[in-house]
Design a protein around this ligand. Structure first.
Ligand code: ZN
Length: 118
C-alpha cells in the first residue's frame, strides 16, 4: 500500500464504510514522531461537527518505530483510530486514555484485519 496521504485517505474511507462511520469527515495528516508524543497515531474528534483529524506517523519515522514482534501497518492504525470514534462518546469525559478501551480496540482491529488468517 502506498503511503501517500491520498491513498491512506482512500483506505480510511473504505473502513469508514465498513465500520458505518460515513457520517464522520476524517482528515489524515502524516506527522513526525515528535508531534505525536509517545504514540504512533492519534485521532482528534469533534463530536458536534462530526469531523476528526487523524494523525499518523510519517513514513520515515514509521519504519524506525516498527517492532518486529508487533508489526503494524497503516491500515491497522487507521482501523484502530476509526474505532476510537465509536468509543469516543463513552469515554470523552475522561482525560487519560482508558486501558479497557484500548484493549477492546486492539482486539477488534486484530479480529477485523487478521482474524481470518488464524
Ligand atoms: Zn487507541
Amino acid at each position: 500500500m502506498s503511503k501517500s496521504v491520498t491513498n491512506l485517505q482512500k483506505t480510511c474511507l473504505l473502513w469508514q464504510q465498513r465500520l458505518r462511520l460515513m457520517d464522520w469527515k476524517v482528515k489524515i495528516r502524516l506527522v513526525k514522531f515528535s508531534e505525536l508524543g509517545e504514540a504512533v497515531a492519534r485521532i482528534e474528534p469533534d463530536l458536534d461537527s462530526k469531523t476528526a483529524v487523524m494523525l499518523l506517523l510519517c513514513a520515515e519515522d514509521f519504519e524506525a518505530e516498527i517492532d518486529p514482534d508487533f508489526p503494524m501497518t497503516y491500515e491497522g492504525l487507521i482501523v484502530h483510530e476509526l474505532l476510537h470514534l465509536h468509543f469516543y462518546p463513552l469515554t470523552m469525559e475522561t482525560k487519560e486514555p482508558v486501558l479497557a478501551e484500548e484493549q477492546a480496540i486492539e482486539c477488534i482491529t486484530d479480529a477485523l484485519l487478521f482474524g481470518y488468517k488464524k
